[in-house]
Write a protein that binds this ligand. Structure first.
Ligand code: NAD
Length: 235
């Protein structure tokens, strides 16, 4: 499958929906050191803390205050306007692209509303809390269900598909990502090598800004709708 546009999104696209980005100025994620909540070693050492961290993030998605913002909505409009030519590759584990109406989405770092059984390797849609007593609905074992999140040191999902899409796309766009986390941070270079036009829409300069041909600074809720209008009107 080839797409005209591959759109990489990060925590910044969901910031105006009330979901905190990854690293605050103090270097913490929701008050935690990343290595304490986002590595397989952390889960092994302190599963209760890691379950609790992701249970809170998962339950936040059910709150009335968390809704897709104008940037998510604009990307869904773009997909409607360009049918199957758009692929969203998101590093986000929230469900705001789906809630805005986007369909072609790869969650390369997993999803909060999914649980993974380490014993029978099944995945289930999950909106409740998880803990060591949770029973796998398929194999009925306990102590084997984990958040379906790709932690540091683990392989992101569907990388072959993503690599192919980036190699074949005409335009690669990056929205709301700091460009710190690999392999996503390297996508812009792969896209350029393959001849794609490259656009970055971000609040601040990212680690990768210099690699984009067109880098625009501002809020996603403003930059994304205006870029989508340009694309749909053929500018
Ligand atoms: P990051 O926190 O490292 O960077 C966020 C970037 O977004 C920054 O460059 C910042 O300048 C920019 N930004 C902040 N507010 C913005 C706005 N209103 N408009 C446009 N840009 C804005 O995030 P990242 O690069 O996505 O880090 C990756 C990791 O964070 C991923 O592994 C992801 O799983 C995890 N994460 C996901 C969520 C989520 O699902 N919403 C939230 C926090 C962390």
């Amino acid at each position: 499958m080839s797409y005209d546009y591959v759109i990489l999104t990060g925590a910044g696209i969901s910031a105006e929906s009330g979901i905190k980005t990854f690293r605050d100025a103090d270097g913490l994620w929701e008050g935690h050191r990343i290595e304490d909540v986002a590595t397989p070693e952390a889960f092994e050492a302190n599963p209760d803390l890691v379950y609790d961290f992701y249970n809170k993030r998962r339950s936040q998605l059910l709150s009335d205050e968390i809704k897709p913002n104008a940037a998510h909505m604009a990307l869904a409009e773009l997909e409607k306007g360009c049918s199957d030519k758009i692929l969203i590759v998101t590093q986000n584990v929230d469900n705001l692209h789906e809630r805005a109406g986007s369909k072609n989405i790869i969650h390369m770092h997993g999803e909060l509303q999914s649980a993974w059984c380490k014993s029978c390797d099944s995945r289930e849609v999950w909106t409740e809390s998880l803990d060591l007593l949770t029973e796998c609905p398929r194999c009925q074992k306990r102590g084997v269900m984990r958040p379906d999140i790709v932690w540091f040191g683990e392989m992101p999902y569907r990388m072959d598909e993503i690599d192919q899409a980036i190699k074949k796309c005409k335009t690669f766009v990056s929205i709301g990502t700091s460009g710190n986390v690999y392999p996503a941070a390297g996508f812009v270079r792969d896209a350029r090598i393959s001849g794609a036009h490259t656009v970055e829409l971000n609040l601040d300069e990212s680690q990768q800004s210099g690699a984009f041909v067109d880098a625009r600074l501002g809020k996603a809720s403003e930059l994304v709708p205006s870029w989508v209008t340009e694309v749909l009107s053929g500018i």
